[in-house]
Design a protein around this ligand. Sequence first.
Ligand SMILES: *[C@@H]1O[C@H](CO)[C@@H](O)[C@H](O)[C@H]1NC(C)=O
Ligand SMILES: *[C@@H]1O[C@H](CO)[C@@H](O)[C@H](O)[C@H]1NC(C)=O
Ligand SMILES: *[C@@H]1O[C@H](CO)[C@@H](O)[C@H](O)[C@H]1NC(C)=O
Length: 581
Amino acid sequence: MRSLFVLFASAATAKVMDSVAAVPKGWTEVRQASPDEPVTLRVGLKQQHAAALERAVLEISTPGNPKYGKHLSRNEVRAYTAPKASAVSSVSGWLASSGVKSTVNNDWITFMTDVKTANDLLDANFAWYQYEKGGSPKLRTLSYSIPDELVENIDLIQPTTRFGQLGAKRSTIFEMLPLEPEEEDDVKAAVAADAADCNPSRVTPACIRSLYNINYTPPTEGNLVAFSSYLEEYARYSDLQSFETQYLPAAKGQNFSVELVNGGKNGQNSNDDSGEANLDVQYILAASYPIPILEYSTGGRGPLVPTHDQPGPSSNEPYLEFLTYLLDQDDSALPQTLSTSYGEEEQSVPAEYALRVCNLFMQLGARGVSVLFSSGDSGPGDACIRESDQAPYFQPTFPGACPYVTAVGATYNVGPEQGVSFSSGGFSTLHPRPEWQADAVDAYIDSIGSTYSAYFNSSNRGFPDVAAQGSRFVVVDKGRTALLSGTSASSPVFAGVVALLNAARKSQGQPPLGFLNPWLYNNSAALIDITSGSGVGCSGNSAFRSGARWNATAGWDPVTGLGTPDFGKLLAAAAPGVENA
Ligand SMILES: *[C@@H]1O[C@H](CO)[C@@H](O)[C@H](O)[C@H]1NC(C)=O
Ligand SMILES: *[C@@H]1O[C@H](CO)[C@@H](O)[C@H](O)[C@H]1NC(C)=O
Ligand SMILES: *[C@@H]1O[C@H](CO)[C@@H](O)[C@H](O)[C@H]1NC(C)=O
């Protein structure tokens, strides 16, 4: 009976939702999945009022709008994102007709079944794939389809064609230099002599605070700044303590808390990876102490051979797991500011997945959370090859190119501060240019004429939005001082600044800034415009002889965005009357 239905569905009336032409670069098939292996899938249903929600978010976030700052509650957001009742019943019915039970959470339907049933239902071919740079094997398919009559109700089903490998391998650390003991002593001596010295060879907390004019100590009550850790990266308590003692005595004694999501862990052993997470917590603290800091540790790694009780790697889809978890929280449990230092090429992510995850970030903004991401460490791109046709093309970052996150690029040097070569930026291939950045980005496009015009879509969303120092940060990792570089360093610094602004607003009884970008572009005069340095990439691609480069210029540019923070000016714009002292 079932196979008949499937034959009918797949042969005659199925629509291919997504397919990848070949196994993505860096991945290999390990083996076919056996028919009885369990698989857990999520169906993203079409939201009934998606356009209205987007309009509402823009009103709430645009300075001067009467609705500015009137963030939505969890239930208000859910009312906008609810699907039609008929969509829920037709999708549940479709699954039930194959004997598959499902659970509904507003616009998501989750079901667990076996590989054979999933293959039949979705005209898919699930197999185990392994990423060359590590991580756990993933159960994925190169294509999947749904019956024609369900197309109007379903945005996506994942994890299916999403070959992502979040985790340490996708963190935006460009370089990590452990120091020899005598080099470590040199750094300590130099910091002791003048901690605030912003020397291009090392960036310290005191340098960040003096360079960005941070002198404000907010009340802590009701404030929270968070960062996301994914698979296998954990911030270490003992390293933070040692960092405070050596490099940030003013914050001595401040700890962080950890919230575990989707089976995430809190590894404090010396064999656990910690570089990315330590950098995050140490530099959020440097900018924003004494605001309490929370690490979200999201898991998703499972055994190679999963069981029904432990579905294992097949449910490994960290962004969806994490964002669904966060959006389910009470309004009072959400942080006001969230920093994440992970990224990958936008083209490595199925378009419908990138759009849906971007929509989830938008929902966080609607709830009053400012969401910041590192912009990536590849300049205009790495290999700069468009997979679909192998043409040379710049490769923007996911999710940095999502308009509902604030993407943070990197600088180095002082007097003047300059864009650093690895800082990623460019133009989305998916998202049209939002109104709030039209003037700033149009001016840049006008200034470069037809340069590189074949390699990016000049009518789309430009990123990054802002920047901060990102080279040679003094960090304590596993008890030792190391120098870390990457936009991974820039995002926590800028997030720390935003956490201070949100706390200052709270002290005046004002709502937090929430989705930041319209406010930032409206207050670009409060940022330090970076006008030299370049983001460099594509160097392995013969279409670009000595690589391709975006230049940092007056005004917005795709290396440093609008620029780096002048905290005093930002504070005056966000919370007039609160003193930077
Ligand atoms: C930080 O918090 C953790 C977890 O509660 C605890 O084990 C650790 O001792 C604390 N560190 C300090 C310095 O208070
Ligand atoms: C540029 O992106 C827009 C979406 O913002 C799309 O409609 C258009 O087709 C793209 N142009 C090219 C040349 O790909
Ligand atoms: C910022 O927004 C206000 C209120 O709408 C407007 O009057 C002002 O011109 C904007 N400034 C900039 C620089 O966009």
